[in-house]
Design a protein around this ligand. Structure first.
Ligand code: APR
Length: 308
């Protein structure tokens, strides 16, 4: 039997993620939104593309949580995207209401699901989803690090004129502005990037990555990025669904790891059929530690505002 994936929020990120799943035919998809007609219309459009993609996936759009029943994976993208000059944190209270409602519904209808939170500010929203569902922390995670890493890989590839696929990197901390880059663990087909590029150039690309989301928001004028966020979410889904055990940066619940207690924040994890199967701890330099601590403090501040 094909697995069932529910996407909450049939907006740009949600529909793009649904499209990737349906195109690959790796699971059936339920697209849920509170807006009437939108999930149904987008699901119908995607279903009509399936014959052309050679995919037998079933996709259904709905406004009813009963259709999402017993999903294996649920992706939360519902909420409001950023407008120019807004930070992800500005979305906190508006999106907390949406994520809380969605999480409560999922806990009832899909008690065994693995949840991937995409809605921003993602790290705090992942913590909220975990608290609200009461699920094991293994089964609740947030998408952010893969996207930040993909942005960094893109800029490095352009600078070096090599395929972005050959660039590997790891990063930690909160998603976006708060990310902690790891140039030390950035390689071009195994060659440390520091061998190929000046520190100044690396730092400029890190800066562009940090504000990578804002760069797109300011170009789009309304709405925020969705192609790369959907692709990043899809990579997490695939690793879980196929038990690939990919080692990827993801927001996960820390309870002592990296010296952090009771907080969702980005770290390297192994993603498999159980969800977050392992948190990989790497030894940080003093400078990295300081940046990570700062990043965690920023996320914790948001979580405190939510009073969860
Ligand atoms: N339940 C379900 N869906 C909801 C709810 C809710 N309570 N509230 C809003 N939505 C839906 C909206 O109707 C809309 O279709 O969420 C969708 C959001 O879609 P977009 O506005 O296109 O936003 P998108 O670009 O997809 O971003 C969604 O992901 O990357 C983050 O920062 C981004 O927080 C934002 C989220």
């Amino acid at each position: 039997m094909r697995k069932k994936i529910t996407i909450i929020g049939a907006g740009n990120v949600g529909a793009s993620t649904a499209q990737l799943i349906a195109k690959e035919g790796i699971a059936d998809v339920v697209l849920f939104d509170i807006a009437e007609g939108i999930p149904q219309g987008k699901a119908l459009d995607i279903a009509e593309a399936c014959p052309l993609w050679g995919s037998a996936a079933c996709i259904k759009g709905t406004n009813s949580y009963s259709d999402t029943k017993n999903s294996d994976i649920v992706v939360i993208t519902a909420g409001f995207p950023r407008k120019p000059n807004m930070s992800r944190d500005d979305l906190l209270h508006a999106n907390a209401g949406v994520v809380k409602a969605a999480s409560a519904a999922i806990a009832k209808t899909s008690p065994k699901a693995i949840i991937i939170v995409v809605t921003n500010p993602m790290d705090a929203m992942a913590q909220l989803a975990w608290k609200t569902t009461g699920f094991s922390d293994k089964r609740v995670m947030g998408m952010g690090g893969i996207l930040d890493a993909a942005r960094f890989r893109t800029f490095l590839a352009w600078e070096l004129n090599v395929s972005p696929e050959d660039i590997e990197t790891m990063l930690l901390g909160g998603h976006g502005d708060q990310m902690v880059p790891m140039p030390r663990f950035t390689t071009v087909k195994g060659i440390p990037v520091s061998e190929l590029m000046k520190k100044k150039t690396i730092n400029a690309l890190i800066q562009r990555t940090r504000s990578g989301g804002a760069e797109i928001v300011s170009l789009l004028k309304s709405g925020s990025a969705y192609y790369a966020p959907a692709a990043a979410t899809f990579q997490m889904i695939k690793s879980i669904l196929h038990d690939e055990k990919r080692l990827l940066p993801s927001a996960a619940y820390l309870n002592g790891e990296y010296g952090v207690k009771d907080l969702y924040v980005g770290v390297p994890v192994v993603l498999g059929k159980e969800g977050v199967e392992e948190i990989v701890e790497i030894k940080l330099t003093r400078e990295e530690k300081a940046m990570f601590r700062e990043s965690c403090a920023a996320v914790r501040k948001l979580v405190k505002k939510l009073a969860i």
